[in-house]
Design a binder for this molecule. Structure first.
Ligand code: ZN
Length: 417
């Protein structure tokens, strides 16, 4: 079974570096996981994702259930073979997407920059019951049901390495009573997922329970304890994490407080979070893996990630001010957009023209940026200098220099910032 081997811990925070071993290879943690929602990281070949430095991708149970269907993917050899990705895959349970239909744009409200909600394309929730959720498909308008067992069965057919239990993604605006009841039901669903998984899961697949509980300290802590006691191999933290970053960090730390941090500590995943400062803080809070639509979605819409904290690490190339800029996007970045010497003027032109090449180049750049950031944090934890590296990154240091200087050969010293 997949498990996390912790290699190093930071003394001043809860950060840890490790190797998450799965049937399809290792994930170096802490790690960012890009979305391959519909069986592809949009616009990219699997090899390009790996070349950017990413070890794992996230596939989406609800989208793949509705089209092309788990039966077809299973018949064609499982999701790895179907999408040509031989590395580890995590699949979410579909809970977030199904509940996004019912809770409308609350999903976006929760995460600010969360995963795309099917509500935008016409799906709707019909009934939330103890057995599961009845909803209308955004693909063909037909009525469908997703249950804890059904979600597990889809994820088994896809053959993912890490599977997430079916949960209700509790929205931010509901009251404490709703959150409490919903969190308890999520725990009952977890038990049903676990029982199904025990009997039918593909060999080596690791089940993650999901911590809910909204922004209420007792509910969050209670949920983390329930997931920890469930015997699941992994723990994911989901749902509403608060109205702002400070509250999000507090909510995450309540959950992590309740989790085993010893030798047998299960891997911890933070759902739907991927802003640069949130990744740095999340690592300090003891999170091992993160997924988020942000880097790839921004890339498709003309925005590049750069080392500029004042602008939230973003450079909007669709703006006219780059029209004649001869500057490269980022000096020293090894991605295909930067290393080939393309100008900001060209990338800006592609972005404004909505050319596929531009979307691909900026997606590759953004994934390289995030992979470099995670690699820097990981190397810093191992080297015992996370505090300095995190401070430098927060102050605008370009990620990736430590990794690349290591590649350059043993004679070269590590830049400390
Ligand atoms: Zn680049």
């Amino acid at each position: 079974m997949a498990r996390l081997a912790i290699q190093a811990r930071d003394e001043a925070s809860r950060a840890r570096a490790g190797i998450l071993r799965t049937a399809h290879g290792d994930v170096r943690t802490p790690a960012f996981v890009p979305l391959a929602t519909k069986g592809t990281v949009k616009g990219l070949l699997a090899q390009e994702v790996a070349d950017a430095g990413l070890d794992m991708v996230l596939g989406n149970t609800l989208h793949l259930l509705l089209s092309p269907g788990p039966e077809l993917i299973e018949r064609l050899g499982g999701l790895h073979r179907f999408m040509g990705w031989s590395g580890p895959i995590i699949t979410d349970s579909g809970g977030f997407q199904v509940f996004s239909m019912g809770h409308g744009t609350v999903a976006e409200e929760i995460k600010g920059r969360g995963r795309p909600a099917p509500s935008h394309t016409g799906g709707s929730i019909l009934e939330i019951a103890e057995t599961g959720v009845r909803f209308r498909s955004y693909v063909d308008g037909g009525e469908r049901v997703l249950t804890p067992e059904g979600s597990m069965a889809v994820q088994a057919a896809l053959g993912s390495d890490l599977a997430l239990a079916f949960d209700e993604c509790t929205p931010f605006h509901v009251d404490r009573e709703y959150t409490a009841r919903s969190t308890e039901r999520t725990h009952r669903w977890l038990e049903r997922c676990r029982r199904w998984h025990e009997r039918h899961a593909p060999a080596g697949q690791l089940l993650y329970g999901i911590v809910q509980g909204g922004v209420h300290e007792d509910l969050r802590r209670g949920s983390a304890q329930a997931v920890a006691a469930s015997g699941c191999g992994g723990v994911a933290i989901g749902g509403s994490l608060g109205a702002d970053k400070a509250q999000m960090y507090e909510v995450v730390s309540w959950a992590v407080d309740e989790l085993d941090d010893g030798h047998e500590s299960p891997p911890r995943h933070l759902l739907g979070i991927g802003e640069v400062d949130d990744l740095i803080r999340g690592v300090e809070l003891g999170i091992d893996t993160f997924d988020c639509a942000m880097p790839t979605r921004l890339g498709r819409h003309g925005t590049a990630l750069i080392a500029d904290p004042k602008r939230r690490w973003r450079l909007d190339l669709s703006k006219g001010r780059w029209r004649e800029s001869e500057e490269p996007l980022v000096e020293g970045c090894p991605c295909p957009a930067c290393s080939t010497g393309l100008s900001r003027a060209y990338l800006s032109y592609l972005a404004r023209a909505k050319e596929l090449t531009g979307m691909r180049l900026l997606t590759l750049h953004n994934l390289t940026f995030v992979a470099d950031l995670m690699s820097d944090l990981r190397l810093a934890i191992i080297a015992g200098r996370l505090a300095q590296t995190a401070a430098a990154l927060r102050a605008g240091a370009a990620p990736g220099r430590a990794r690349r200087s290591k590649r350059a050969g043993p004679g070269e010293s590590h830049p400390s910032t």
